[in-house]
Ligand binder design. Structure first.
Ligand SMILES: *[C@@H]1O[C@H](CO)[C@@H](O)[C@H](O)[C@H]1NC(C)=O
Ligand SMILES: *[C@@H]1O[C@H](CO)[C@@H](O)[C@H](O)[C@H]1NC(C)=O
Ligand SMILES: *[C@@H]1O[C@H](CO)[C@@H](O)[C@H](O)[C@H]1NC(C)=O
Ligand SMILES: *[C@@H]1O[C@H](CO)[C@@H](O)[C@H](O)[C@H]1NC(C)=O
Length: 456
């Protein structure tokens, strides 16, 4: 399905652009028809036509959701191509449609300057325990995520000293690497990082977007690792487009790290390795910021850490979805857009319901999260035990079930909270408009990603 190839924010954009094309067509054809009538009636007629068009516009803006959902315009190729986010993209030749449901960035009250940023001393408030990771299994069929049983899975949710599955699981001695191999030189570099900004492109699914250099201060340029994970296919495509690494391995601020032996056939699932497991890839890092490749970083990372973590003592920050709050809606949406094998979605969703996942209830004043659906394209985290545990748990869901991480976020968080009622986890779910203020948004490279294998 072509729809696999676009970003995970397809519907709102499609809908909005559909709306504007339809409106425009409608208005123009009415005006043209108007010209056939005599001069006398023309004025009056155009007044009525204008009124009619206006009413129709209003009608459309109210009902175009439904039109779209009934698929009347869903096969239009101009529409298919339009998986851009609807604010702040730098156009690639398409005119910017009017009348879209806009999502604006909001003001974010960053400190004035990086000099004012104070990294907090170790906070004794964070839940302390020791987390270790299973390095090797004797199973003759090695998998990157290992072979965790459901019983083992259940026990990993307790925030206590434990050794758990969290990717990078080797097979018996002499078996091939589980995947996600990087050069030892890169490994050495990654081991030195204390603060990381990272992103990835696999399977040539996107263009390369360098952080806006003039927005990044000298302190961050010296002290923050900006790491872009690419596979060989992507780097050769980017090189052919003129993004060539300098002799230190950099393209702009990005230090390029080539990943070989990708652990999954599904590139989206492979992308979840750097997205969730930065504490494993950067074992000395204390803080990290994950950035989806559709965004250009437009804000100094120190200001981001200060605002989302340090200022109010959070250890994990992620934005909520701009449109959907309930996992039930997210499931429907994933099916509607054919984002994934429907049977696999149902299996995951049924499992979650049987294990206590409930609908999002905005009227509940004790609601544990402002939304059950995240917009996971920007994640800011301190590498604390709870934050690392949550990252591993979430990764294991994506490894076991579908790679659609928006389906597993709330379940994982709520179960973690439920099983550790006295152990706080300071998660800050911030507003999507704040995410929009930190970055520039783009569409993904059209038709970049091959569809995942059906079984994956
Ligand atoms: C620890 O957290 C509590 C709230 O959970 C807060 O009132 C207190 O100020 C925090 N202490 C420190 C040292 O941050
Ligand atoms: C957990 O591990 C830490 C560090 O390894 C150790 O100091 C602590 O005693 C352990 N706690 C328990 C309950 O075993
Ligand atoms: C930090 O602020 C956000 C947004 O105001 C809030 O949702 C979150 O609970 C706060 N976190 C802490 C630990 O106070
Ligand atoms: C979809 O997923 C189910 C369950 O995971 C699997 O049995 C089935 O083969 C998959 N369908 C396709 C078309 O791959």
């Amino acid at each position: 399905m072509a729809l696999y190839r676009h970003g995970n924010e397809l519907l709102p954009e499609r809908r909005e652009i559909t709306g504007s094309i339809v409106r425009h067509y409608d208005y123009a054809s009415r005006i043209r028809r108007g010209k056939r009538f005599g001069r006398l009636s023309k004025r009056r007629l155009s007044f009525w036509m204008f009124l009619l068009a206006l009413l129709f516009l209003i009608y459309l803006s109210v009902f175009d959701v439904k039109l779209q959902l009934h698929g009347k315009f869903g096969r239009n190729s101009a529409i298919r191509d339009a998986s851009l986010e609807n604010f702040g993209f730098e156009g690639l030749g398409n005119p910017r449609p009017k009348h879209r449901k806009q999502h604006f960035p909001c003001d974010v009250d960053f400190v004035e300057s990086v000099d004012d940023v104070i990294e907090p001393k170790d906070r004794m408030n964070f839940t302390q325990f020791s987390l270790e990771y299973i390095d090797r299994e004797e199973n003759p069929e090695p998998r990157f995520g290992g072979h965790q049983t459901l019983e083992e899975r259940e026990n990993t949710f307790y925030s206590r000293n434990q050794t758990m599955h969290c990717g990078f699981v080797k097979g018996p001695d002499g078996s091939p690497s589980p995947g996600f191999d990087v050069d030892w030189k890169d490994k050495e570099y990654m081991n030195t990082c204390r603060i990381v900004v990272s992103s990835c492109i696999f399977g040539s699914s996107d263009f390369l977007r360098r952080p806006t250099s003039k927005k990044i201060g000298d302190y961050s340029k010296k002290n923050v690792c900006f790491v872009m994970f690419l596979d060989e296919q992507t780097i050769s495509k980017l090189s052919s487009e003129g993004h060539v690494r300098d002799d230190r391995g950099y393209i702009g601020l990005w230090r390029v790290v080539i990943v070989r032996n990708l652990p999954y056939i599904d590139m989206r699932r492979t992308g979840k390795v750097p997205k969730f497991l930065s504490h494993r890839l950067f074992p000395s890092a204390r803080f990290s910021i994950w950035l989806d490749s559709k965004m250009r970083l437009h804000t100094d990372p120190m200001l981001i850490l200060e605002y989302f973590l340090w200022r109010n003592g959070s250890e994990y920050a992620i934005s909520n979805h701009y449109d959907r709050h309930c996992v039930w809606e997210e499931v429907l949406q994933n099916k509607r857009l054919n984002k994934y094998n429907h049977t696999a979605i149902d299996e995951q969703f049924t499992f979650y319901q049987s294990d206590g996942l409930t609908k999002f209830d905005p009227s509940d004043s004790n609601i544990p999260l402002p939304s059950y659906v995240p917009e996971g394209s920007l994640i800011v985290r301190a590498h604390t035990p709870m934050s690392n545990l949550f990252s591993c748990l979430w990764f294991n869901e994506v490894d076991r079930f579908t790679s659609r991480d928006q389906l597993s976020f709330a379940y994982t968080y709520l179960k973690l909270r439920r099983m550790n009622p006295d152990k706080p986890f300071f998660l800050n779910m911030f507003k999507d408009c704040e995410r929009r203020a930190l970055v520039k948004l783009f569409r993904h490279r059209p038709d970049g990603l091959p569809p995942p294998a059906a079984s994956d």
